[in-house]
Design a protein around this ligand. Structure first.
Ligand code: EPS
Length: 391
């Protein structure tokens, strides 16, 4: 399974094309729209989210609620296009009163993108570098989640830090905790701890008043995995690298770790590795499992069968209402950076985008192991494998 996206932030729409989806996957626009709404939510979002109500139109690849085995084209309209039709027209001359964006924002793709593509109008860059593009990824990820759901895998995420406010360590159980969806989604910042959520909201309010922005940390988890997905024999098959790269492809993400992650470099081997024990599952079958999950569900680049846990850090959004200094690209004189409307904090939204990225990599890896073209055959191969590894 693979995907590409197209679309500018203020163009007519965002599009995701998802290829390699097997035939027979149950798809519902209600489920995709629920994830799109989760991406739009979270305390600290800006004015654009009040304009948009992201909903998907399935343009191809699905018939009567099931995939056909052909590529899926998914479209999300930009309601804001109504206000940008002339300024973002695909054809014709620019309007006479068009304001060009000559003041690149430090921390955004504006300056380097403008240098690279031989323009002084940063709008040519920021329209695509905008995190608005991640709506299309979430739609693509919902298709991957639908494949995984038929194989018993569920994906969730939660926020552990915004600015200087952090979820207490005892809640995270050495970075291996998973929380119920109810606890996460009932928080305005998708943090499963009420007191911390309130402090995070207050921190966002303070940053808003100061005209600045905040980043943070989040965790993304996959439950219901079987052991042996991914591979140790070739670099490209190691899920540690493909999941890491996928999460790092989300705008503003600056680092990813699995399980104990960086902390494992400060501890001894006996404190870091997960002892192997034998356990009877509900059906009375015996299988080797882990006493703990400090590895975050990956060993040798493969799933261990424990919950997969990745942690990521998002930098503060570069667009600020009290902007940093920059240089006008025409006059080369110092000016304040452009104040493109933006969010104060989008960490809760980025966590939802990371769910999509994790789902896309995991679905692809499951199909690598169990077959690509038809869901009923994939499920048969999957059940045969589960029976073998849980003798
Ligand atoms: C976003 C849409 C954008 C921004 C934000 C995220 O809309 P607009 O540019 O019209 O305000 O609100 O973009 C950024 C954070 C960014 O860095 O570009 C969205 O849909 O998530």
């Amino acid at each position: 399974m693979d995907y590409i996206t197209a679309g500018e932030s203020h163009g007519p729409s965002l599009i995701a094309v998802v290829s390699g989806v097997p035939a027979g996957v149950t798809i519902s626009t209600t489920t995709i729209n629920a994830d799109l709404a989760r991406r739009q939510s979270g305390y600290g979002r800006g004015g654009r989210m009040a304009i948009e109500t992201d909903t998907v139109t399935i343009k191809s690849g699905v018939r009567f609620g099931k995939t056909l085995g052909s590529p899926l084209a998914l479209e999300i309209e930009n309601k804001d296009w109504e206000n940008w039709k002339e300024r973002m027209a695909a054809e014709g001359a620019p309007p006479a009163d068009l304001t060009l964006e000559h003041s690149p924002r430090p921390g955004h793709a504006d300056l380097v993108g403008a240098l690279k593509t031989d323009t002084t109008d940063c709008r040519n860059i920021l329209e695509r570098a905008s995190a608005r593009e991640t709506a299309a990824r979430v739609a693509a990820g919902a298709v991957a989640k639908a494949v995984l759901a038929q194989l018993g895998v569920e994906i969730s995420s939660y926020v552990t830090r915004i600015g200087s406010v952090e979820l207490p360590q005892k809640e995270i159980e050495r970075k291996s905790a998973v929380f119920s969806k109810e606890r996460i989604e009932s928080s305005p910042v998708r943090c499963p701890h009420e007191e911390t959520s309130l402090a995070m909201v207050a921190a966002i309010e303070n940053a808003c008043e100061a005209g600045t922005s905040l980043g943070g940390w989040f965790t993304v988890a996959a439950t219901g995995l079987v052991p042996g997905i991914g591979g140790y024999a070739e670099p490209s098959k190691r899920l540690t690298s493909s999941i890491g790269a996928a999460i790092l492809s989300i705008p503003a993400i600056k680092g990813v770790e699995f399980g104990l992650g960086f902390a494992s470099g400060t501890l001894q081997g006996n404190e870091v590795h997960d002892a192997i024990i034998c356990s009877d599952d509900a059906t009375g079958k015996i299988q080797p499992v882990r006493a703990t999950n400090f590895a975050g569900g990956l060993e040798g680049g493969m799933t261990t069968g424990e919950t997969l846990i990745a942690h990521a850090v998002m930098k503060p959004i570069p667009t600020m209402t009290s902007p940093l200094g920059t240089v006008n690209l025409i006059t080369h004189k110092p000016v304040a950076a452009s104040k493109e409307r933006s969010d104060v904090c989008a960490v809760p939204a980025a966590a939802v985008v990371a769910e999509a990225e994790l789902a896309l990599v995991l679905a692809d890896a499951y199909l690598d192991k169990f077959g690509h073209d038809t869901m009923s055959d994939i499920i048969a191969a999957f059940e045969h494998y589960v029976a073998r590894v849980t003798k």
